[in-house]
Each structure stands twice: as C-alpha cells, then as structure tokens.
Write a new protein. Sequence first.
Length: 134
Amino acid sequence: GHIYTIIRVMARLKTFIPSLIFLLILIVVIYSVEPPTTIYDAKWQQLIFFFGPLFLLLVSLYNLCFKFIWYSLLFALSTILLAVLYLLGVLNLISGVLTTAATLLIYRSVIRHQQKRNSLPVRIPRLSKLEKQR
C-alpha cells in the first residue's frame, strides 16, 4: 500500500516537471536578460528569449489540462497573441473578443474533426479478399 502511494505521487509529479523546467528557464531569462524600455525598443533576441520560454511554459501548463498537444499549442499561441497585442497597446474589447472567438472556433472545429474521424467505421479487408488480390 505505501509503495503504491509513492508510485502514484511520483507519476503525478512527473507531469509537472516540464512546466517547472520552463518556469525556471523563464525566471532565469527575466533576471539575466536586460529588459527593453518599451516593446518597440526590444531586439529580436530579447523577444525570442522571453516569448520562447513563456510559450513553452504555457504549452506545458495547458497540456496538463487538455492532455492533447494541439489544443495546448492553440491556446498558448492565443495567449501569446493577446499578450503581444496588450504590449503593443492595441488590445481592446474588439481585438480581445475576436482573438478569443477565433481560438474557440478553431478549437471546436478540431474537436468536431476528431469526433468525425473517430466515428468513421474501420474497414478491415478479409483475408480471402487479400488472397484473391495476390
């Protein structure tokens, strides 16, 4: 009983390891890379060093919820887009709602596509048909 509990705890902790690694990388980047005065003054290296680990952190955190990497990538990209719009000063009610609506529409279409794909009958040819074809 006690060993089984330890194994279950370790299995759950294993799912948090990527998130913790990306969080640590993001913290190191925040403290080691010189921040620009404005987003417009930022060099492309500063943007990549900040948004890269942030994107990976968001993907790993969303993947804890969705357990499907494509959904995690979609919502992480949407979150990054909203953050960039905010930093540029162009995030308003319309752009926020449109970004969120586009994300949810893509999410729903992927779910419907998955459901259709999973509901298709699987046709396995019989062995006799395979023998006739040879």
